[in-house]
Write a protein that binds this ligand. Structure first.
Ligand SMILES: Cc1cc2nc3c(=O)[nH]c(=O)nc-3n(C[C@H](O)[C@H](O)[C@H](O)COP(=O)(O)OP(=O)(O)OC[C@H]3O[C@@H](n4cnc5c(N)ncnc54)[C@H](O)[C@@H]3O)c2cc1C
Length: 273
């Protein structure tokens, strides 16, 4: 995977393009609990030693065998999307697929860490991760990164608990000419948020949602914030939160659509898939 390239695409609102996709087996080598509702899995595979991450928010597909199931041969998967191959499998052989952020990458050890918010057994991702044990095998579908470098100045970074791993990595890897203004909403700081790096410039606003709807605390705070002219925005989290934050940045703050990346990381009340 050393040939990874970041072909510049249409604008800063689109993901980077990976040219060397792969789908391979990984083994769970550690399970941690950095916050009561967060599991940190370490996944290991020789292929992770060669993986070149394209940016701090790089994500991947985790293919999880269902209970009592062996993973099928995924060597036939080509490109970024394993769904067509999965769709061709008999139901009883089809693994579940969900998308997560690479929180840390240790190429020398062939390992990644992933921080997953667990929310009971309502979805296959949360259910599998809650029960994950050292030695279990899953598969890793390479993804890409979406955070764009090269936009110096004041940026806004907006996310919820599922975006916290990406927000933390963005803060750790900031370019020197970037001043971040971060708005992060989590149900509970104690329960849902492993430590975040403190930015040395800009601002970090962490908001507790409590039992309210995603965005119910963050969106008013974002709307009320006194922010300078913004060069770039990165927005991810629950669908309505992400869509409304983007709408505000474009229609109220006047940012060009092409300077605002946004992604629905999950959808309240239904599977994200
Ligand atoms: C690019 C990308 C990167 C992501 N990175 C991460 C990451 O690093 N860590 C992480 O935890 N998540 C991350 N997510 C979000 C994760 O993929 C979703 O939360 C996913 O829906 C979880 O799958 P599931 O099977 O648990 O639930 P689903 O099958 O998708 O949903 C089942 C039910 O659970 C609810 N639900 C789903 N997610 C949550 C949640 N987080 N809290 C409460 N209820 C929920 C849904 O509303 C639905 O009612 C990322 C998503 C994307 C697209």
């Amino acid at each position: 995977m050393s040939a990874a390239r970041t072909a510049e695409r249409r604008d800063a609102a689109t993901p980077l393009e990976r040219t060397d996709h792969a789908c391979f087996l990984v083994t769970v080598t550690a399970v941690g609990r950095p916050a009561p509702h967060v599991r940190r899995l370490t996944l290991a595979a020789p292929e992770l030693g060669h993986l070149v991450l394209l940016g701090p928010d790089e994500f991947f597909g985790l293919l999880m065998p269902r209970t009592g199931q062996e993973l099928p041969d995924l060597g036939v998967v080509r490109g970024p999307n394993p769904r067509p191959v999965l769709a061709g499998l008999p139901e009883e052989q089809r693994p579940d697929l969900r998308w997560y952020t690479v929180r840390a990458h240790r190429p020398g050890l062939g390992e990644v860490d992933v921080d997953v918010v667990v929310h009971g057994d309502a979805g296959p991702g949360s259910a599998w991760v809650r029960r994950a044990r050292v030695g279990q095998v899953a598969a890793y579908q390479t993804g890409t990164a979406c955070y764009r470098r090269g936009h110096g100045g004041h940026q806004v970074v907006v996310g919820d608990e599922t975006a916290a791993p990406a927000v933390a990595a963005i803060l750790e890897q900031l370019d020197d000419d970037v001043v971040p203004h971060v708005f992060l909403e989590v149900p509970s700081v104690r329960e849902d948020l492993p430590g975040l790096p403190a930015p040395t410039r800009g601002s970090l606003t962490v908001l507790e949602r409590g039992p309210g709807l995603p965005g119910s605390v963050l969106l008013p705070a974002l709307a009320a914030a006194d922010l300078p002219a913004l060069t770039y925005a990165w927005v991810a989290g629950e669908q309505a939160l992400a869509a409304e934050a983007r709408r505000h940045l474009v229609h109220v703050r006047g940012m060009p659509r092409t300077a605002v990346y946004f992604c629905a990381y999950w959808v309240l009340g239904r599977p994200r898939g």
